[in-house]
Design a protein around this ligand. Sequence first.
Ligand code: ADP
Length: 161
Amino acid sequence: MSVVYPGSFDPLTCGHMDILKRGAALYDRIFVGVLNNAQKRHAFSLDERKSFVELACRAEGLQNVEVRAFDGLLVDFAQACGAQAILRGLRTPEDFTYEAQLCAANRHLAPELETVYLIAKPALAFLSSALVREIGSYNGTIDGLVPDAIKNTIAERLSKR
Ligand code: ADP
């Protein structure tokens, strides 16, 4: 079974990576969909965000993960990948409220496409890309918040913003 794991990944965090590793153990193939949305202002470029996922997956030896950019409807991206389900992570009740709405919209558009959720590891449930951007912009340490393989590149970029 193939799944898509969509997100902004601005930048990739250890929380994203945890979902990815657990997903890669459950499914034959994961297509990470890195959102390319002209209306959304991202701190990192599409190429940077994609390469962070690629580098971190290589460092972890995840061989069934493929990274693709996507825009437009998520259900169209999932169909283009030949995926049967959408994978998402859940951290908080707020995530649940937002995700339930998103899930209903996607079900309306593509009833056959399931959405599956993995609950965040408690130790990583506080972690978001926004938090990494905030800490990094004040030169705080992002050790343990983003994968080691991309830590220095992200820290350097954030300190220059
Ligand atoms: P989006 O803008 O689509 O929410 P994100 O890059 O913020 O994109 O998140 C992508 C997915 O990863 C979402 O399902 C989100 O809930 C999940 N996620 C983000 N951070 C964590 C974390 N610390 N633990 C588990 N899942 C997470």
